[in-house]
Design a protein around this ligand. Structure first.
Ligand code: ATP
Ligand code: MG
Length: 295
């Protein structure tokens, strides 16, 4: 690949692709239209996206076919578990989307209810590396039955006694008569890179991207709150505002008893937060999204 442009490996389509394209768009990356199935060029940065299957992303970055990649931690650590050659990879930034858990599950009406019950049994999974490592740490020996997909049907058809699979809501497990009893790994999307990339231009572009991604991630849960509060209850209002202890307090024309409060809240603002603010006398409460942030 050219050393003049950063090549970023992204999933072609799927859960990671959805979150990844959204992140790039919010970070101001404009993709040129093109018919190329493999490469998409950015119009406004020295950046090309390489669109591949998520399973291939760690090795593409490791071998230098791409400079950076967006991949799930589950896929990254599974492939690193299988191949020592991938030890040259590192996580540049956690991206906060595509969150899921790798869980052990077994038939609801069966005799496997805990990790210890797996001793001498079989586990179907697309993640034999992570699953075997976890069981080994717990001192449990079980046979790994590797499957490419539809892992949840394995116990029903007699391929394995239990499964270890990615779960977000648990609906698939339930629909197949399975119950989860242990979390093996928690995953989110991450930006990965090869250690010691010698290209100055690539690293400069990467630095810019990382800074913008950090801004997008921070602004996702950060909100701007505006409200009016009774002057004598301002300390109570401050104590309720999540992740902000120094709001701006300004006078309200013609009102001695009321002040206007503006605050950037860095933690999630729930309906219950607004209800608490109202209970201490706050009125005209507005919660607004923040589009961009830079520290
Ligand atoms: P590909 O064709 O690229 O190999 P895939 O079928 O492996 O696609 P997806 O189902 O899109 O990929 O999942 C990609 C990643 O999304 C997973 O590896 C995981 O990191 C994340 N993910 C988030 N929630 C879930 C979930 N409920 N089930 C599976 N993966 C999830
Ligand atoms: Mg895949």
């Amino acid at each position: 690949m050219s050393t003049e442009r950063l090549t970023l490996a992204c999933q072609k389509k799927g859960r990671l692709a959805d979150g990844g394209f959204d992140l790039l768009k919010r970070a101001g990356v404009k993709l040129a239209y093109g018919r190329d199935q493999l490469l998409r060029r950015a119009e406004n940065l020295p950046l090309d996206l390489m669109l591949i299957r998520d399973d291939d992303i760690p090795s593409f970055v490791s071998t230098g076919a791409c400079d950076y990649g967006i991949v799930g931690e589950n896929e990254l650590y599974e492939t690193m578990e299988r191949s020592a050659r991938l030890a040259n990879l590192e996580v540049a930034l956690k991206l906060g989307f595509a969150r899921c858990k790798l869980k052990l599950a077994a038939p609801i009406d069966g005799d496997i209810k805990s990790v210890e019950d797996l001793q001498g049994r079989s586990v179907a999974t697309s993640y034999p590396g992570l699953t075997a490592k976890f069981l080994k740490e717990r001192g449990v020996e079980a046979e790994m039955v590797e499957m490419g997909g539809s892992v949840e049907v394995a116990p029903k058809v007699g391929v394995a006694d239990a499964i270890c699979d990615l779960v977000s809501t648990g609906a698939t497990l339930e629909a197949n008569g399975l119950a989860a009893f242990e979390t093996v790994f928690e995953s989110e999307a991450v930006l990965i890179r090869r250690k010691n990339n010698p290209s100055v231009i690539v690293e400069e572009t990467a630095g810019l991207l990382v800074q913008r991604f950090e801004g997008v991630i921070a602004s996702r849960q950060t909100k701007y709150i505006l409200l009016n509060a009774p002057t004598d209850r301002i300390d109570e209002v401050r104590a309720i505002l999540p992740g902000n202890d120094a709001p701006t307090v300004a006078p309200v024309v013609g009102r001695e008893d009321v002040v206007a409060v503006h605050a950037v809240c860095t933690e999630e603002v729930f309906w219950s937060t607004l209800e608490k603010l109202k209970a201490v006398g706050a009125r005209s409460i507005l919660v607004m999204p923040i589009e961009k942030m830079m520290a």
